[in-house]
Write a protein that binds this ligand. Structure first.
Ligand code: ZN
Length: 241
Protein backbone atom coordinates (compact mmCIF):
# COMPACT_ATOMS: atom_id res chain seq x y z
CA UNK A 1 0.00 0.00 0.00
CA UNK A 2 1.47 3.30 -1.09
CA UNK A 3 1.83 5.92 1.62
CA UNK A 4 1.21 9.51 0.85
CA UNK A 5 1.88 12.80 2.61
CA UNK A 6 -0.05 16.04 2.49
CA UNK A 7 2.86 17.54 0.52
CA UNK A 8 2.69 14.81 -2.10
CA UNK A 9 -1.04 15.36 -2.50
CA UNK A 10 -0.33 19.05 -2.95
CA UNK A 11 2.15 18.26 -5.70
CA UNK A 12 -0.36 16.03 -7.52
CA UNK A 13 -2.99 18.76 -7.25
CA UNK A 14 -0.46 21.24 -8.60
CA UNK A 15 0.30 18.95 -11.55
CA UNK A 16 -3.41 18.66 -12.24
CA UNK A 17 -3.86 22.43 -12.04
CA UNK A 18 -1.13 22.82 -14.65
CA UNK A 19 -2.89 20.26 -16.87
CA UNK A 20 -6.20 22.13 -16.54
CA UNK A 21 -4.59 25.48 -17.41
CA UNK A 22 -2.91 23.87 -20.41
CA UNK A 23 -6.21 22.41 -21.62
CA UNK A 24 -7.90 25.82 -21.41
CA UNK A 25 -5.16 27.53 -23.41
CA UNK A 26 -5.07 24.73 -25.99
CA UNK A 27 -8.80 24.97 -26.55
CA UNK A 28 -8.50 28.75 -26.98
CA UNK A 29 -5.76 28.20 -29.55
CA UNK A 30 -7.90 25.71 -31.43
CA UNK A 31 -10.69 28.28 -31.66
CA UNK A 32 -8.35 30.68 -33.43
CA UNK A 33 -8.56 28.94 -36.78
CA UNK A 34 -12.36 28.96 -36.54
CA UNK A 35 -12.30 32.73 -35.93
CA UNK A 36 -9.88 33.33 -38.79
CA UNK A 37 -12.08 31.30 -41.14
CA UNK A 38 -15.03 33.43 -40.08
CA UNK A 39 -13.11 36.59 -41.02
CA UNK A 40 -12.22 35.16 -44.41
CA UNK A 41 -15.85 34.29 -45.02
CA UNK A 42 -16.99 37.81 -44.14
CA UNK A 43 -14.61 39.26 -46.72
CA UNK A 44 -15.56 36.60 -49.24
CA UNK A 45 -19.21 37.65 -48.89
CA UNK A 46 -18.30 41.23 -49.84
CA UNK A 47 -16.26 40.00 -52.79
CA UNK A 48 -19.17 37.87 -54.01
CA UNK A 49 -21.60 40.76 -53.73
CA UNK A 50 -19.28 42.99 -55.75
CA UNK A 51 -18.86 40.25 -58.36
CA UNK A 52 -22.64 39.89 -58.63
CA UNK A 53 -23.09 43.64 -59.09
CA UNK A 54 -20.42 43.65 -61.80
CA UNK A 55 -22.27 40.87 -63.60
CA UNK A 56 -25.42 43.00 -63.48
CA UNK A 57 -23.49 45.90 -65.05
CA UNK A 58 -22.11 43.63 -67.78
CA UNK A 59 -25.61 42.42 -68.58
CA UNK A 60 -26.90 46.01 -68.93
CA UNK A 61 -23.91 47.00 -71.06
CA UNK A 62 -24.61 44.04 -73.31
CA UNK A 63 -28.26 45.13 -73.66
CA UNK A 64 -27.12 48.70 -74.36
CA UNK A 65 -24.84 47.50 -77.17
CA UNK A 66 -27.69 45.42 -78.67
CA UNK A 67 -29.80 48.58 -78.58
CA UNK A 68 -27.08 50.47 -80.45
CA UNK A 69 -26.98 47.76 -83.13
CA UNK A 70 -30.79 47.79 -83.48
CA UNK A 71 -30.80 51.58 -83.78
CA UNK A 72 -28.17 51.41 -86.48
CA UNK A 73 -30.07 48.77 -88.45
CA UNK A 74 -33.33 50.71 -88.13
CA UNK A 75 -31.71 53.99 -89.15
CA UNK A 76 -30.39 52.35 -92.29
CA UNK A 77 -33.89 51.04 -93.00
CA UNK A 78 -35.37 54.50 -92.41
CA UNK A 79 -32.83 56.09 -94.77
CA UNK A 80 -33.73 53.59 -97.46
CA UNK A 81 -37.41 54.32 -97.00
CA UNK A 82 -36.65 58.02 -97.19
CA UNK A 83 -34.87 57.42 -100.51
CA UNK A 84 -37.81 55.37 -101.76
CA UNK A 85 -40.11 58.24 -100.88
CA UNK A 86 -38.52 60.34 -103.62
CA UNK A 87 -39.23 57.68 -106.22
CA UNK A 88 -42.85 56.77 -105.42
CA UNK A 89 -45.39 57.32 -108.11
CA UNK A 90 -48.73 56.88 -106.40
CA UNK A 91 -50.25 58.43 -103.33
CA UNK A 92 -50.83 54.95 -101.90
CA UNK A 93 -47.14 54.10 -102.17
CA UNK A 94 -46.28 57.47 -100.66
CA UNK A 95 -48.56 56.90 -97.65
CA UNK A 96 -47.23 53.38 -97.20
CA UNK A 97 -43.59 54.58 -97.14
CA UNK A 98 -44.43 57.38 -94.70
CA UNK A 99 -46.11 54.84 -92.42
CA UNK A 100 -43.05 52.59 -92.61
CA UNK A 101 -40.77 55.49 -91.63
CA UNK A 102 -43.05 56.45 -88.73
CA UNK A 103 -43.09 52.89 -87.49
CA UNK A 104 -39.28 52.69 -87.55
CA UNK A 105 -39.05 56.01 -85.71
CA UNK A 106 -41.48 54.77 -83.06
CA UNK A 107 -39.45 51.59 -82.55
CA UNK A 108 -36.22 53.59 -82.33
CA UNK A 109 -37.66 55.94 -79.77
CA UNK A 110 -38.69 52.96 -77.66
CA UNK A 111 -35.19 51.48 -78.01
CA UNK A 112 -33.64 54.82 -77.01
CA UNK A 113 -35.83 54.97 -73.89
CA UNK A 114 -34.71 51.49 -72.93
CA UNK A 115 -31.08 52.40 -73.52
CA UNK A 116 -31.44 55.41 -71.22
CA UNK A 117 -32.88 53.09 -68.59
CA UNK A 118 -29.91 50.74 -69.01
CA UNK A 119 -27.52 53.68 -68.49
CA UNK A 120 -29.35 54.64 -65.31
CA UNK A 121 -29.21 51.05 -64.07
CA UNK A 122 -25.49 50.88 -64.81
CA UNK A 123 -24.96 54.11 -62.89
CA UNK A 124 -26.93 52.77 -59.89
CA UNK A 125 -24.97 49.53 -59.89
CA UNK A 126 -21.67 51.40 -60.14
CA UNK A 127 -22.66 53.47 -57.11
CA UNK A 128 -23.53 50.26 -55.25
CA UNK A 129 -20.16 48.80 -56.11
CA UNK A 130 -18.39 51.92 -54.83
CA UNK A 131 -20.30 51.69 -51.55
CA UNK A 132 -19.57 47.99 -51.22
CA UNK A 133 -15.89 48.48 -51.98
CA UNK A 134 -15.78 51.14 -49.30
CA UNK A 135 -17.43 48.81 -46.75
CA UNK A 136 -15.10 46.06 -47.88
CA UNK A 137 -11.97 48.09 -47.24
CA UNK A 138 -13.25 49.20 -43.81
CA UNK A 139 -14.07 45.61 -42.89
CA UNK A 140 -10.79 44.32 -44.29
CA UNK A 141 -8.82 46.83 -42.21
CA UNK A 142 -10.75 45.98 -39.04
CA UNK A 143 -10.46 42.23 -39.62
CA UNK A 144 -6.74 42.52 -40.28
CA UNK A 145 -6.28 44.23 -36.92
CA UNK A 146 -8.34 41.55 -35.18
CA UNK A 147 -6.47 38.83 -37.04
CA UNK A 148 -3.13 40.27 -35.92
CA UNK A 149 -4.30 40.39 -32.30
CA UNK A 150 -5.62 36.82 -32.40
CA UNK A 151 -2.46 35.48 -34.02
CA UNK A 152 -0.34 37.27 -31.43
CA UNK A 153 -2.51 35.91 -28.62
CA UNK A 154 -2.28 32.36 -29.92
CA UNK A 155 1.52 32.69 -30.15
CA UNK A 156 1.53 33.82 -26.53
CA UNK A 157 -0.75 30.90 -25.72
CA UNK A 158 1.65 28.45 -27.33
CA UNK A 159 4.54 29.93 -25.34
CA UNK A 160 2.49 29.65 -22.17
CA UNK A 161 1.71 25.99 -22.95
CA UNK A 162 5.38 25.19 -23.37
CA UNK A 163 6.16 26.98 -20.08
CA UNK A 164 3.46 24.95 -18.35
CA UNK A 165 4.86 21.75 -19.89
CA UNK A 166 8.28 22.58 -18.47
CA UNK A 167 6.78 23.41 -15.10
CA UNK A 168 4.89 20.10 -15.10
CA UNK A 169 8.07 18.16 -15.88
CA UNK A 170 10.10 19.99 -13.21
CA UNK A 171 7.50 19.32 -10.54
CA UNK A 172 6.85 15.73 -11.58
CA UNK A 173 10.60 14.99 -11.42
CA UNK A 174 10.59 15.78 -7.76
CA UNK A 175 7.98 13.26 -6.68
CA UNK A 176 8.22 9.56 -5.98
CA UNK A 177 8.26 7.83 -9.40
CA UNK A 178 5.85 5.16 -8.14
CA UNK A 179 3.35 7.81 -7.17
CA UNK A 180 3.79 9.61 -10.48
CA UNK A 181 3.24 6.38 -12.39
CA UNK A 182 0.07 5.72 -10.40
CA UNK A 183 -1.11 9.25 -11.12
CA UNK A 184 -0.44 8.84 -14.85
CA UNK A 185 -2.14 5.44 -14.98
CA UNK A 186 -5.27 6.82 -13.30
CA UNK A 187 -5.19 9.86 -15.58
CA UNK A 188 -5.10 7.60 -18.62
CA UNK A 189 -7.88 5.45 -17.22
CA UNK A 190 -10.31 8.27 -16.48
CA UNK A 191 -9.16 10.24 -19.57
CA UNK A 192 -8.72 13.45 -17.64
CA UNK A 193 -8.49 14.48 -14.02
CA UNK A 194 -6.66 11.88 -11.95
CA UNK A 195 -7.13 13.39 -8.52
CA UNK A 196 -10.28 14.59 -6.79
CA UNK A 197 -11.18 15.99 -3.41
CA UNK A 198 -13.73 14.38 -1.19
CA UNK A 199 -16.02 16.83 0.43
CA UNK A 200 -18.57 15.69 2.98
CA UNK A 201 -18.00 12.06 1.90
CA UNK A 202 -18.71 12.88 -1.74
CA UNK A 203 -16.07 12.36 -4.43
CA UNK A 204 -15.80 15.59 -6.41
CA UNK A 205 -14.56 13.62 -9.42
CA UNK A 206 -17.77 11.65 -9.93
CA UNK A 207 -20.15 13.20 -7.34
CA UNK A 208 -20.75 9.82 -5.73
CA UNK A 209 -20.89 9.10 -2.03
CA UNK A 210 -17.90 7.10 -0.79
CA UNK A 211 -18.37 4.42 1.90
CA UNK A 212 -18.10 5.67 5.51
CA UNK A 213 -15.11 3.44 6.23
CA UNK A 214 -13.13 4.77 3.28
CA UNK A 215 -14.10 8.28 4.28
CA UNK A 216 -12.86 7.71 7.84
CA UNK A 217 -9.59 6.23 6.61
CA UNK A 218 -9.13 9.08 4.22
CA UNK A 219 -9.27 11.54 7.09
CA UNK A 220 -7.14 9.57 9.53
CA UNK A 221 -4.51 7.62 7.62
CA UNK A 222 -1.73 8.49 5.21
CA UNK A 223 -2.54 5.80 2.65
CA UNK A 224 -3.17 6.48 -0.99
CA UNK A 225 -6.93 6.06 -1.45
CA UNK A 226 -9.05 5.68 -4.55
CA UNK A 227 -12.67 6.44 -5.20
CA UNK A 228 -14.48 3.07 -5.40
CA UNK A 229 -16.74 4.47 -8.15
CA UNK A 230 -14.48 6.39 -10.54
CA UNK A 231 -11.07 5.05 -9.40
CA UNK A 232 -9.60 8.52 -9.07
CA UNK A 233 -7.01 9.27 -6.40
CA UNK A 234 -8.98 10.96 -3.64
CA UNK A 235 -7.96 13.22 -0.81
CA UNK A 236 -9.84 14.74 2.03
CA UNK A 237 -10.54 18.40 2.06
CA UNK A 238 -12.03 19.95 5.12
CA UNK A 239 -14.88 22.23 4.13
CA UNK A 240 -14.06 25.68 5.33
CA UNK A 241 -16.66 27.82 7.05
ZN1 ZN B 1 -15.21 9.28 -7.72
Amino acid sequence: MLKITKEQIDVLVKLQDIEIKTEVIKSEISEVSVKLDKFDNELKTFENEIDEEEKVIDAFKQKYRLGETDLHVNNTKAEKSQEKLKLVKTNKEYQSSLKEIDEIKAINSKIEDEMLQYLENIETSEKNILKKKESYSIAAKKLKQERDIIIKESEQGRKKVSQLDKEWKTISNKIDPKLLTKFLVVKEMVSGRAIATVEDAVCMGCNMQIPPQTYNELQRTDRLEFCPHCQRIIYWQKISG
